[in-house]
Ligand binder design. Structure first.
Ligand SMILES: [Mg+2]
Length: 223
């Protein structure tokens, strides 16, 4: 794992599964919320699966997938309230804060770019103080397209310009990385273990960061 800092001016970082442990999100969507729904409607786990799985499949990778209001309406549940109930599970991936510090020292343009809804981002900031590191925190909802789509990347670029060639982007979603690659982002890394409690489901055609500690061994820019 080697990050060539001397050629990097802008750093774009994903939040869930990259800086923060995806365990919170997996637990919320796959365990906690189905349980809440089952209790509310007096359904078995299997019945809940039959209702939720098609919804998950139909909306994966779209803005709806990441939209608090969409899921609150679709399931008749207060999503933010139920996220609060398990918010003690929100936390950094190993060595992520050291890596953020390193990025902060190395570039003048450090942005969080997330598909998470602003309300969810705020909940995560409350628990991690993640906002202290960034120049900007961009939610894809506010640009009208998720990171999976090229439209997101052109909107991000028109919001505040950056040179794609000298931009580092790290994300745990292969579809998102493909879009970044198609846009021309020069330095792309995937994450080997987004969720501390689960095996990673996908392989990646991009170099995988096995740990943020190894990323810090790379030579630093003279500033
Ligand atoms: Mg992610």
């Amino acid at each position: 794992m080697y990050i060539d800092w001397s050629n990097i001016e802008t750093v774009l970082l994903d939040m869930d599964g990259t800086l923060l442990d995806l365990h919170f999100d997996s637990h919320f969507w796959l365990d906690h919320l189905p349980q809440v729904y089952a209790q509310k409607h007096q359904l078995s786990d299997e019945e809940v699966q039959q209702i939720m799985m098609p919804l998950f499949e139909n909306h994966a990778g779209t803005l709806n997938w990441y939209c608090v209001e969409f899921w609150s309406d679709a399931l008749g549940l207060d999503i933010m309230q139920h996220k609060q109930e398990v918010s003690h599970k929100i936390g950094y991936r190993p060595a992520a804060q050291g890596f953020l510090q390193r990025c902060r020292e190395q570039v003048d343009d450090l942005r969080l770019i997330t598909n998470a809804h602003r309300e969810v981002l705020n909940l995560k900031i409350e628990h991690t103080k993640l906002d202290q590191y960034f120049d900007q925190m961009v939610c894809s909802h506010e640009l009208g397209a998720p990171k999976e789509q090229l439209e997101f990347w052109s909107s991000l670029h028109s919001m505040q310009g950056f040179d794609p060639d000298s931009t580092l982007f790290i994300d745990d979603s292969e579809t998102v990385l493909d879009a970044a690659h198609a846009f021309g982002i020069g330095h792309i890394f995937s994450i080997a273990e987004p969720d501390s409690q689960r095996e990673r489901a996908q392989a990646s055609k991009f170099p995988m960061l096995t740990s943020f500690t190894s990323a810090q061994e790379a030579p630093l820019k003279q500033r």
